[in-house]
Design a protein. Structure first.
Length: 369
């Protein structure tokens, strides 16, 4: 099968490298997604281990369609009965961009009808009760090219299961994990977040360092699919558990001025299984002092459009520039949508990467020299 792993724009390279490291086949990155080939074991492995992908979809087919007839015929030809049983539910959702077919509701109806016709021919039924486990059908029609997929994940992969609670504007877990990767977090690192909020960046850094698979303790929609061999997910979970490295020296510290956020961060870290690796403390970034020795600072400061007014955010960036000094053994990774960040911070980043935090266009600034 061919699988599609959608990801945040700007993270395609990280996502592709990770999937290759997991031993998945024919990995290739495209805008906003990474494709790979494999069987149901590969599907389970990707769901359990992928830190940067948003979900894992089976890519059933792609074709060009500028009319509803072509859409119907293209969808009907796909191998639906290989994945959908006689009683299984198969809801349809999707989106249309820059195409002749731009009505999402109409496309949903056409695709649903095509799938019903395909299944009717196989099962000799004219009506489907759809009481079984759902197979979520997703479609994307972009520039008149149709991609038709089945969602194997269910809830998005950023939902690791540890963050039942969050502060007012949490960073997405997949993006926090990417920041940890760009910061070069490894098993022996000391990581600090002086504006940690609900602790997501530090938790993702700790899970990466300890090799704790992000999806180890959550459920995936395709676990209930009758076409997936029994034991497939459990075998991959066992392999992921065996890979955990709790003997490493990784430790981290998180600071914030909000006591409630710090309590939430402690709870989330415990839920993630890394509570013993992270210390949380109340402290203003104005009082931040760099620790001795090697240290990696990773942070998601409040944005002008998010939690602070713009003048306050700009003042904060100046304070960060003073506190995050250029010193041997110190590196800093900061995400912000502010195009003037480097000017306010006081120096140019050694590397920058464009991405999104939710709907906000952002850049990840890396300082390591």
């Amino acid at each position: 099968m061919t699988f599609c792993a959608p990801c945040i724009f700007g993270l395609e390279g990280l996502c592709a490298n990770e999937l290759r490291f997991l031993g998945l086949e024919n990995v290739r990155a495209e805008n906003g997604r990474v494709l790979f080939d494999g069987d149901f074991s590969a599907m389970a492995r990707a769901n359990i281990n992928a830190r940067y992908a948003e979900r894992i979809l089976i890519l059933l087919g792609e074709f060009r369609a500028t009319t509803f007839d072509r859409l119907f015929n293209g969808v009907k030809r796909l191998p639906w009965a290989d994945f959908i049983g006689m009683s299984d539910a198969f809801p349809v959702k999707g989106s249309c961009l820059n195409s002749k077919l731009m009505s999402v509701p109409d496309c949903q109806k056409i695709i649903k009808k095509a799938v019903v016709d395909s299944l009717s021919a196989r099962y000799m039924l004219s009506w489907f009760e759809e009481t079984g486990a759902p197979r979520q059908i997703q479609f994307l029609i972009m520039n008149d090219r149709v991609s038709v997929m089945l969602d194997t994940s269910g809830a998005g992969l950023h939902k690791r299961g540890y963050r039942a609670q969050a502060n007012d504007a949490p960073i997405k877990e997949t993006l926090a994990a990417a920041m940890a990767e760009l910061a070069g977090v490894r098993p022996g690192h000391f990581v600090v977040d002086p504006m940690c909020g609900s602790g997501t960046i530090l938790i993702e850094a700790a899970m990466k360092a300890l090799k704790i698979a992000p999806g180890l303790n959550r459920y995936f929609a395709s676990e209930q699919w009758s076409c997936v061999p029994k034991g497939t997910f459990e075998a991959e979970r066992e392999a992921a558990r065996a890979n955990i490295n709790r003997d490493c020296a990784f430790h981290a510290e998180g600071y914030d001025i909000d006591e409630t956020a710090l309590e939430t961060a402690k709870h989330n870290a415990e839920q993630a299984g890394v509570g013993d690796r992270i210390t949380f403390q109340m402290r203003d970034v104005k009082d931040f002092v760099l620790p001795e020795g090697y240290c990696t600072v990773i942070t998601n400061p409040p944005y002008g459009e998010r939690l602070l007014d713009i003048p306050s955010a700009e003042a904060l960036y100046k304070v960060m520039g003073e506190r995050f000094a250029r010193m041997p053994g110190k590196r800093y990774v900061v995400i912000t949508p502010d195009d003037d960040f480097e000017k306010l911070f006081g120096r140019k980043a050694d590397k920058r990467r464009k991405t999104y935090n939710g709907t906000l266009k952002c850049q990840i600034y890396q300082f390591f020299k």
